[in-house]
Design a protein around this ligand. Sequence first.
Ligand code: IPM
Ligand code: MG
Length: 358
Amino acid sequence: MKSYRIAAIPGDGIGKEVIAAGIEVLQALARREGGFALTFDHFDWGSDYYKTHGVMMPEDGRDRIRHHDAIFFGAVGAPDVPDHISLWGLRLAICQPFDQYANVRPTRVLPGITSPLRHVSGPELDWVIVRENSEGEYAGVGGRVHRGLPEEVATDVSMMTRTGVARIIRFAFDMARSRPRKLLTVVTKSNAQRHAMVMWDEIAAEVARDYPDVTWDKMLVDAMTMRMTMKPETIDTVVATNLHADILSDLAAALAGSLGIAPTANLNPERRFPSMFEPIHGSAFDITGKGIANPVGTFWTATMMLEHLGEKSGADRLMRAIERVTADPNLHTPDLGGKATTRAVTDAVIASILADNA
Ligand code: IPM
Ligand code: MG
């Protein structure tokens, strides 16, 4: 029997609640599937750890998870720790050194969920956003001098490398090719940003030559927000820079009904390092401890983790269970306008897994 070791990092806020739910569901799924086992090692890194130890994770933290098969991550961010400390101290401290350069964000309107778009009933909105996850606007290059003085200067330099751009564009073309419509939109802003984004466009055109079977187009990021809203059915796979895709993926999640549902994979496609799987909703301190966090984003994330591990049958079974549960409005958490608790949704997904005879 195959056995996978997963590093669980629940992090902050509702991260702890949804990761606990996710582990329960994954263990039930593994029992139901029978072909594989999962062992979870728990790491209490995050903002509470920071308040005790002055760092978000221990110095040898990465070494402790380097050989795991995957990382199952909750959320990071606390009201009393500056966001750039919590982010750079944990999430980016894992993503960047582990070269998880491909961030994959699928968006679909799941059964039973209502899109805020009047003209969308479901199938018109089925996207995958591929986010460059290692450089660009999040490169961390910049500085601040003359702090507090009138002549204070601060810069955040967006850095793009030919290697970094080429590999994410290639990844996105592969993703587009693997989907039925074979359709890719390359998001850009080369009208205003005349250096790096022009290089981005050029590289896209170069890489596209290797994918004659993929239809692709180019879209300015501002226009892309309109297209996502007005003509969602014209979009399939999307590739964008780190910041552009960060913004577009929140829009995508909202248009699909709730940020509580949206999943993410931070992939190191070459598998030199473990990849990291997380719901995109964040720590949500306003609802922490109330037992009403939507665990669906984490469950969907878990399907991406299973696919990455090669457990396709388990991933499909879990996705079927999720969709049967979202189809029932009585099992919607408050972010979806319902009254269900994290517990109720988790139990329902487990019951659905066990009842699935496929
Ligand atoms: C995301 C989040 C993060 C990001 C935050 C928490 C810094 O918004 O994963 O989309 O901007 O990358
Ligand atoms: Mg974001």
